[in-house]
Design a protein around this ligand. Structure first.
Ligand code: BG6
Length: 494
């Protein structure tokens, strides 16, 4: 079903996100009929470009990154015709007035019913000024809807996030603001709810009586690439934990919502954030949180720079490129169950996996030595492989009563012909339909910041907790000790 026709304004149209994700997503939506003919895309950035040059950029990006290729010339030509470019200085209100005039032309040309979707792929300090200029330039006065889509980071801490939210709220209502956390657009993250709530054998066990611990790993092989300037101020805590990791944790830990309505789901997630046990002081942070930075190392015989040698990074930087923590949700369901979360750059594999480790069955006479039994696991593979598998115990064939762990696997991404939509396709399509479930609401963001701020605060005064790990390794050894203290270990990722 096609989303309602709209003008899409892409601020930051010459940037990396537009090229890698947004243009390809729009093309896939078009190919699948989710964008009908009543739409237009206005690329906006400071540098001058003609419409033809802009369309050539879009063409290249689709060629390189889209799961659909341009295919027949006709489709591409029709699609490209909806793209125009305008050079805009975002501090100049006249430019916005001009943009408003251009919009009227586009409305008439493509028969668009006055709907506007403003996508800000910009740095967050520009969100406020752009919003004000959109209003003052008359762009919010049409008869259709207005929606603002913004990328992370939403602030640097709770205080700055509040200020940012305050600025936006002068112009947009909360229900018009779509804050992207692209992990919520991933197929398997959305699948968590279905796996949990649509299966008789998981939900009854989904609590502290049966679950020993939960492990969430989000590992990357890349270093900071060209983003040293941004990353050195952000670090893994703000770049990955405040958003992606805590959002996945909330999806695992939340109570079933009373209705599958966006606000009910988001209410349940907020309750999880509220129940996260805050770190009371820096000793607790030092005990439960590991902070690492990659030093020189190697991967597949290739020498890799240490973080401090990367471009635009302070050579004495204390920024963490690795984070691991033991976290508790203090509520009835999860009392006493540790959630171990970790993320890092320059680790050996790129993967996102969630492991639910179940408690062992009680000792019984048939399999007397309980410690021989492996715990049951449910593993949700988010990316790059998508699927789930469970580990159960079964009898080893031919041998009396010897038990061995075996796995049962559902590999979604192995299905022939399956061409899973990218996160950004889903999210753009959802925003265009006003479906906000998989966007983060302000109170979620605020709660997540207040949890994370305590850690950042403790680190500010602490010069000793930073651990170095060789690029290409699994991070500081302390992260293993964290689990060993509780009698657990990280399950190897696949
Ligand atoms: C982004 C972070 O939000 O997520 C990046 O800013 C990170 O640092 C990226 O590399 C990972 O996303 P994905 O979808 O490639 O796992």
């Amino acid at each position: 079903i096609a989303a309602a026709g709209a003008v899409y304004y892409l601020f930051g149209a010459t940037g990396d996100l537009a090229r890698r994700k947004l243009f390809p997503a729009l093309f896939s939506l078009y190919k699948e009929g989710k964008l009908a003919e009543d739409f237009a895309v206005v690329g906006l950035a400071r540098r001058p470009r003609t419409n033809d040059e802009f369309r050539a950029d879009v063409y290249e990006s689709i060629n390189e990154f889209c799961r659909y290729k341009q295919g027949d010339d006709e489709t591409w030509k029709k699609f490209a015709d909806h793209f125009v470019y305008m050079s805009l200085d975002i501090n100049n209100l006249d430019g916005f007035r001009e943009l408003n005039n251009l919009t009227e032309e586009l409305d008439a040309r493509f028969d668009i019913p006055g709907n506007r979707l403003f996508y800000l792929a910009l740095s967050p300090e520009l969100f406020g000024p752009v919003s004000l200029n959109l209003r003052d330039g008359g762009l919010l006065e049409s008869k259709g809807w207005n929606r603002l889509v913004i990328e992370k980071p939403f602030g640097y801490d709770l205080q700055s996030a509040r200020e940012l939210n305050e600025q936006l709220s002068h112009v947009f209502k909360e229900e018009e603001i779509f804050r992207i956390d692209h992990y919520l657009g991933k197929e398997m993250v959305q699948n968590i709810e279905v796996i949990r709530f649509a299966n008789a054998f998981f939900e009854p066990l989904w609590n502290n009586k049966h679950i020993a611990n939960v492990q969430i790993t989000l590992s990357e092989t890349v270093g900071v690439e060209e983003r040293g300037g941004y990353y050195d101020k952000s670090g893994a805590l703000r770049d990955m934990v405040q958003n992606h990791l805590l959002q996945m944790l909330a999806m695992i830990a939340m109570e079933p919502p009373s209705r599958l309505h966006p606000e009910d789901i988001r209410d349940e997630k907020v309750k999880v954030f509220r129940s996260l046990r805050p770190f009371a002081n820096s000793e607790e942070v030092r005990r439960d949180v590991i902070r690492g930075q990659y030093s020189e190392g190697s991967s597949r015989d290739k020498r890799l720079n240490g973080y401090r040698q990367e471009d635009s990074v302070n050579p004495e930087s204390k920024t963490e490129t690795y984070f691991a923590a033991r976290v508790f949700a203090d509520n009835f369901r999860w009392a006493g169950v540790p959630f171990y979360i970790r993320t890092g750059k320059r680790l050996p594999v790129k993967t996102t996996e969630i492991v639910i480790e179940f408690k062992n069955v009680p000792d019984n006479i048939l399999f007397a030595r309980r410690h021989d039994l492996s715990p049951n696991l449910l593993v949700i593979r988010v990316n790059p492989m998508e699927g789930i598998y469970i580990k159960i115990n079964a009898k080893k064939p031919g041998v009396d009563n010897t038990v061995q762990p075996v796995s049962m696997e559902f590999c979604q991404s192995c299905q022939v012909g399956l061409n899973t939509p990218e996160a950004y396709e889903r999210l753009i399509y959802d925003a265009a339909r006003g479906e906000s479930t998989y966007f983060t609401r302000w109170d979620e963001v605020a709660q997540a910041w207040s949890f994370v701020d305590r850690i950042a605060e403790a680190w500010r005064e602490d010069n000793e907790s930073l651990q170095f790990y060789p690029a290409g390794s699994w991070g500081p050894e302390q992260a293993d000790k964290l689990l060993a203290e509780d009698g657990f270990h990280w399950w190897p990722v696949n």
